[in-house]
Design a protein around this ligand. Structure first.
Ligand SMILES: Cc1ncc(C[n+]2csc(CCO)c2C)c(N)n1
Length: 228
């Protein structure tokens, strides 16, 4: 069995919980509140900035140009393509994409970002890729499921979001999967155990990210006292 197949099986309950999450169901049913959509984009914009930084840290650990090229292409994908699903949410919410950028991270989004940065700082290239993999993989499976469930209704408000992740994220997932498989094959048991731990933790944080957006989660006490 492929190492990533083993990871996917171990995380199956987390994938299922994500598919059933009310925010994901809200995308399927075309029913999400304006505040929820705006909060998601605000948080995801900053999350993707951190994700690209982690790719940069991964590049510093690459052994050859082929590996560097993979991360370079992924950074380019985030910069130039992953703006489309964000623009879809903004259009439905009636806000400009430019107006939802530069906001501070909510607790759960910050937790996810700090997890990726900690693994990037301390871990091997294989550990970093294992921590990053749930991100394209969960979105790909969400997209594929929603393509089957609600497409091809051309009037669906989140059609662009669904088509984007149901199709485009496939390549990124397979590329990263094959790298994680190869790394797992040449690693010892302790390294594979660390990779599994990071993968599962990122799956838990993917769930938490949806939950943060659905609940419009904020810090219970803001960093600065309100001026009266
Ligand atoms: C919280 C969160 N998780 C996953 C994605 C999806 N995603 C992020 S980067 C990328 C491409 C990987 O190189 C994909 C598919 C997201 N937008 N936000």
């Amino acid at each position: 069995m492929r190492f990533t197949e083993e990871l996917r099986r171990e995380a199956d309950h987390l994938f299922e919980a994500i598919f059933a999450h009310p925010f994901v169901r809200g995308i399927a049913e075309g029913k999400l509140g304006r505040e929820q959509l705006i909060h998601y984009v605000k948080q995801d914009y900053e999350y993707l900035n951190a994700y690209m930084r982690v790719y940069g840290m991964a590049i510093s650990k690459c052994a050859d140009r082929e590996e560097i090229a993979m991360f370079h292409e992924q950074i380019s994908f985030i910069l130039h393509s992953e703006v489309h699903p964000h623009r879809n949410f903004c259009a439905v919410a009636g806000v400009k994409f430019e107006d939802v950028q530069g906001f501070p991270l909510a607790p759960s989004a910050d937790h996810y970002v700090k997890h990726m940065l900690a693994v990037a700082h301390q871990g091997s290239l294989g550990e970093i890729m294992a921590a990053l993999l749930p991100c394209p993989w969960t979105y790909l499976e969400i997209g594929r499921r929603l393509m089957e469930e609600v497409m091809p209704d051309p009037s669906h408000p989140f059609g662009e979001w669904i088509r984007f992740y149901g199709g485009m994220a496939g390549e990124a997932t397979e590329l990263m999967r094959s790298r994680v498989d190869a790394w797992g094959e040449t690693s010892n048991q302790a390294e594979r155990a660390r990779m599994k731990e990071h993968f599962i933790y990122s799956c838990q944080l993917e769930y938490l990210f949806w939950d943060m957006a659905f609940k419009v989660e904020e810090w219970p006490v803001p960093p600065k006292a309100a001026v009266v």
